[in-house]
Design a protein around this ligand. Structure first.
Ligand SMILES: Cc1cc2nc3c(=O)[nH]c(=O)nc-3n(C[C@H](O)[C@H](O)[C@H](O)COP(=O)(O)O)c2cc1C
Length: 214
């Protein structure tokens, strides 16, 4: 395994030009620009991000999910209130989100407080999902053991029948959350290893930013 790992290339993408001196004052503006570039350059599923949370004892856990929105307030995602991540956020509302866009050798890291966006936004998000996605979410019973994949498919089929019969059904445990950024880092990899890290921090006066050593 060690030899295999060492034989693999890293940072093999094609880095677009990035001038940190011309970066905007607002990191979410830069995020939107970088995201648009990722889409233009064909980065696969650039909206997939790793969300890290920690429980009441500080034990971390991380998983991939999709970004649902980005606005001036922050980054939105959606999940089930019965999930481990929602349990973590209920007791420790601090989160970190990271994106890795390999084809453009770019990483973006966001950290901040997470807040529940409320029942209305959550219902809108749920209803905007495809019927298959709504059924997949509605079929799960995290509080019960899952004996087989066949059980899972059966539960999803039943949920799909309910959704087809009742298109306005909203899963009551579906939750939209917002990560309100306090620190945002833009990492532009470089073939010569002079990677550029531009870090934004928010305080009472607003955003400030500067370079840090890679
Ligand atoms: C590409 C991808 C997208 C995903 N999108 C979501 C999502 O938007 N919301 C979500 O709750 N889980 C999503 N998941 C599943 C999570 O990674 C995770 O397995 C699940 O939410 C349970 O996580 P938890 O037990 O840590 O809460 C996605 C997984 C992958 C690989």
């Amino acid at each position: 395994m060690r030899e295999l790992l060492r034989s693999l290339p890293a940072l093999s993408g094609d880095a677009p030009a990035f001038d940190p001196d011309a970066a905007p004052d607002d990191p979410l503006e830069l995020f939107a620009t970088w995201f648009a570039t990722a889409v233009e350059r064909g980065v696969p599923e650039p909206h997939a991000a790793t969300l890290a949370t920690a429980d009441a004892d500080g034990r971390p856990s991380a998983r991939v999910l999709v970004l649902k929105d980005l606005d001036a307030d922050g980054l939105a995602f959606a999940t089930d209130a019965r999930s481990a991540k929602a349990g973590d956020l209920a007791v420790n509302p601090q989160a970190a989100v990271s994106f890795w866009w390999q084809p453009v050798v770019r990483q973006v890291r966001v950290a901040g407080a997470a807040r529940y966006l409320g029942d209305g936004v959550s219902a809108d998000d749920y209803l905007a999902r495809s019927p298959a996605s709504r059924a997949a979410a509605a079929g799960v019973r995290p509080e019960e053991p899952l004996p087989s994949v066949a059980h899972l498919r059966h539960a999803m089929t039943q949920a799909r029948e309910r959704i087809d019969a009742e298109p306005g059904f909203v899963l009551p445990t579906w939750q939209a959350w917002l990560v309100v950024p306090e620190v945002v880092e833009f990492w532009q990899g470089s073939a010569d290893r002079a990677h550029v890290r531009l870090v934004y921090r928010r305080d009472v006066a607003g955003w400030s930013h500067g370079l840090v050593w890679p």
